[in-house]
Design a protein around this ligand. Structure first.
Ligand code: ADP
Length: 261
């Protein structure tokens, strides 16, 4: 528990620091990029310094992408919470997921029959799914399968108490699996740390899972990972089921069946 708490505090302070730095850098980079683009247009492709200037502009543009991701990570997003059906969110996002993982990877969606009402910021949840999809794609360059399953789960008191920060109750669960190479212990230990990445320099920022973790936590949820070298990876996301869902489901437009019908 102590270790978990320490991790959480460390992440928060790293986030704050990163956010402050990113904000200042973002402004400075706007100046570099702005003048760089202006000069590029001015001098034209024949100029002896054209290529050098282009390299400067390219690096500044990449740096700006990085700072934007840093800002998104560090900013405690003000969530736009609505009662939504998780299965609906997934179905609506399916097309984009397909596009991200590409044609060599199969996508299997196995959604629970009942609607899964949760309080959520759909855009933020989609951000989490996007991060998981990008990681699954990168883990399976030669193709494979992504499976997304939803189900309701009861986390009983005993189980919840064995996990720090988990409240017992009814949850909607998304299991996001891939058939990639899986991860070893050393990677698993650092997975949700900001800036931890095993990807090549211009591919990974190490912020995808740290951001996803923050978003799920802000939803009072949990994200756990199950992985073993050679056996693929599964991320399980738990979101509290919305208690008032009966009241939501029964609207005046849906008359109750007449007695004896
Ligand atoms: P990034 O994608 O920029 O590296 P993430 O925080 O999203 O940052 O991921 C951190 C690291 O976790 C990745 O670099 C990779 O080593 C590992 N990882 C994440 N998802 C998977 C996965 N589905 N299969 C194998 N490794 C993964």
């Amino acid at each position: 528990l102590q270790e978990q708490l320490y991790q959480a505090q460390k992440m928060e302070s790293v986030g704050r620091l990163a956010g402050g730095v990113a904000h200042d850098f973002n402004n400075l980079l706007s100046v570099v990029l702005g003048y760089g683009e202006m000069l590029l247009e001015d001098i034209g492709t024949d100029h002896p310094h054209y290529e050098a200037l282009r390299a400067i502009e390219h690096a500044a543009s990449r740096a700006k992408t990085l700072t934007r991701q840093l800002l998104a990570f560090s900013r405690k997003q003000v969530l736009d919470m609505k009662t939504v059906d998780l299965n609906g969110v997934l179905t609506g996002f399916q097309k984009l997921l397909r596009r991200i993982i590409g044609e060599d990877i199969a996508l299997d969606m196995v959604l629970s029959d009942e609607p899964l009402q949760v309080r959520a910021d759909t855009a933020q949840l989609e951000q989490v799914l996007l991060n998981l999809a990008v990681n699954a794609r990168d883990a399976m360059p030669d193709g494979g399968t992504v499976t997304i399953e939803t189900i309701t789960v009861d986390l009983d008191r005993e189980y919840a108490e064995s996990k720090p920060g988990v409240r017992p109750g009814r949850y909607a669960m998304i299991a996001f699996s891939d058939t990639g190479p899986g991860m070893d212990r050393a990677t698993l230990d650092r997975l949700f740390e900001p800036f931890f990445t095993t990807k090549p320099k211009d591919q990974g920022t190490g912020l995808g899972l740290a951001t996803s973790y923050g978003i799920v936590k802000q939803h009072d949820g949990n994200i756990w990972v199950y992985s073993e070298p050679g056996h693929g990876t599964t991320f399980k996301i738990y979101l509290p089921l919305h208690a008032g869902r009966q009241a939501v489901a029964r609207t005046p437009a849906e008359p109750r069946p007449a007695p004896g019908a």
